[in-house]
Ligand binder design. Structure first.
Ligand SMILES: C[S@@+](CC[C@H](N)C(=O)[O-])C[C@H]1O[C@@H](n2cnc3c(N)ncnc32)[C@H](O)[C@@H]1O
Length: 269
């Protein structure tokens, strides 16, 4: 596996132990809202790439019903196992969760009524090539939806986290964070235009995730992309980073973090 994919798979397999915890309810919320923005119908066939633990695939499966079908693909087998368990618990037999790389799916042209990618497009080095590839698989009249993080993801938790990382592991501080590649409606719009999608509806939605306590923030760190940075640290360093990070949040009486989202939806004519 190439290093970027190994990094994504390692991060999210590790994060699986907290990915579905309460303070990370935003995965389910934005997955569901991305699906609500589409015109899915009973019988529709949907592809969800970077599907994680099923935040968008499961609501899609409910709408398309037994005559429809959803294929969810992800690199992280542990998240896929959680997704399968949730689908089974909800008696959804129309969703197939596959371990696969979204860059090499190769389904025929026009295979899907909708192709969905929530918080995952930025992991692929060539985003334009990837969006072209996803668009190719949308049938005429079908739809493509992308969701990405907006500006100030997880602030002020994020700034306090990176300050603590800088203090104890400065070598990890300036690391490349894929989700920072595309954080404005303009950049999402440009990505779609560069990919040959002429008309798209782009909506930026500012929102917050409530934290019941500073500990909730640490759950977010463990269940999100920050897990990669944590995985590079020994236990003693993790404890120091955690203490400094949470003390900052306590001192500022932080009760929520920003979870701003950008949704893009396009219909193929
Ligand atoms: C931030 S998570 C979002 C998961 C889910 N869409 C959600 O919103 O809850 C990003 C997901 O993209 C997956 N991913 C990253 N690169 C991928 C690739 N090349 N092919 C398939 N999945 C990939 C990761 O394994 C991870 O599960």
């Amino acid at each position: 596996m190439d290093p970027a994919k190994l990094k994504a798979a390692t991060t999210y397999n590790a994060a699986a132990d907290h990915f579905d915890d309460g303070p990370l309810a935003f995965w389910d919320r934005y997955g569901r809202r991305t699906i609500e923005r589409l015109q899915l119908k009973p019988g529709s066939v949907v592809l969800d790439v970077g599907c994680g633990s099923g935040a968008s695939a499961i609501p899609a499966g409910k709408i398309v019903g037994p005559d429809g079908r959803v294929i969810g693909v992800d690199l992280a087998e542990r998240l896929l196992a959680m997704a399968r368990a949730k689908a089974t618990a909800q008696k959804l037999e129309n969703i197939e969760f596959r371990q696969a790389d979204m860059e090499t799916l190769g389904y025929p042209d026009a295979s899907f009524d909708a192709v969905v990618c929530v918080f995952a497009i930025f992991f692929v080095p060539d985003m334009v090539k990837q969006v072209k590839e996803l668009w190719r698989m949308v049938r005429p009249g079908g739809q493509h939806a992308i969701a990405t993080w907006g500006l100030r993801m997880f602030e002020p938790g994020s700034a306090a986290w990176w300050a603590a990382v800088k203090q104890f592991r400065p070598d990890l501080h300036a690391a490349f964070n894929p989700w920072e590649r595309i954080v404005t409606p303009q950049s999402v719009s440009q990505l779609l235009t560069d990919s040959g999608i002429r008309e798209a509806e782009i909506t930026a939605e500012d929102a917050r995730q409530v934290l019941q306590s500073p500990d909730d923030w640490w759950t977010v760190v463990q269940g999100s992309g920050y897990r990669w940075t944590l995985e590079q640290m020994d236990d003693e360093t993790i404890a120091r980073v955690r203490d400094m990070n949470l003390e900052t949040l306590r001192n500022h009486d932080t009760r929520s973090i920003e979870t701003n989202v950008i949704y893009a939806t396009a219909t193929k004519t």
